[in-house]
Design a protein. Structure first.
Length: 156
């Protein structure tokens, strides 16, 4: 019987980096697809009030948001302010905002447009009622209040 002996030691072959660029581009494409961009930068602080019964919105693409709360930066004061998209606004600007949101949508989707109020829990209800009156005047009758789910003591 013959014995087989290996001459020389085992050498580890070099790593093939030819497909490395393909993998990098696949990761890049994957993260580009799953990443969502913020529609607007919040200028007001919002701690949503708690609710016992909540329901998710079906089509978030048909929702326009109105933010109400105290400004994050002290230079804008401490009184509650209204934010439409990326800037502060007054109550009189709400009708124009709703009309611009309607014009940005397709004709079919305009009737299903929902206005969501993201209001801080410390905001006075008078300001919220004024906003609702402006929404009624421009025909925006679908209003949603953004809340957070109330945590029961039993689940703690």
């Amino acid at each position: 019987m013959a014995r087989f002996t290996k001459e020389g030691g085992h050498k580890v072959p070099g790593i093939n980096t030819g497909s490395m660029s393909d993998i990098v581009f696949m990761f890049l494409f994957f993260f580009m697809v799953i990443t969502t961009m913020r529609e607007s930068t919040l200028l007001v602080s919002i701690k949503s009030p708690q609710a016992t019964q909540i329901q998710k919105l079906e089509k978030k693409s048909l929702v326009s948001y109105i933010y109400v709360g105290a400004p994050i930066r002290a230079q804008y004061g401490t009184e509650s302010r209204i934010q439409l998209n990326d800037h502060f606004a007054s109550i009189a600007d709400i009708q124009e905002f709703v009309n611009q949101e309607r014009e940005a949508r397709d004709e079919v989707d305009r009737k299903m447009l929902t206005t969501s109020l993201k209001v801080d829990e410390t905001v006075r209800m008078g300001l919220v009622n004024d906003i609702k009156q402006e929404l009624r005047e421009c025909g925006a009758f679908k209003i949603n209040y953004s809340t957070r789910k109330k945590v029961s003591k039993a689940s703690l």
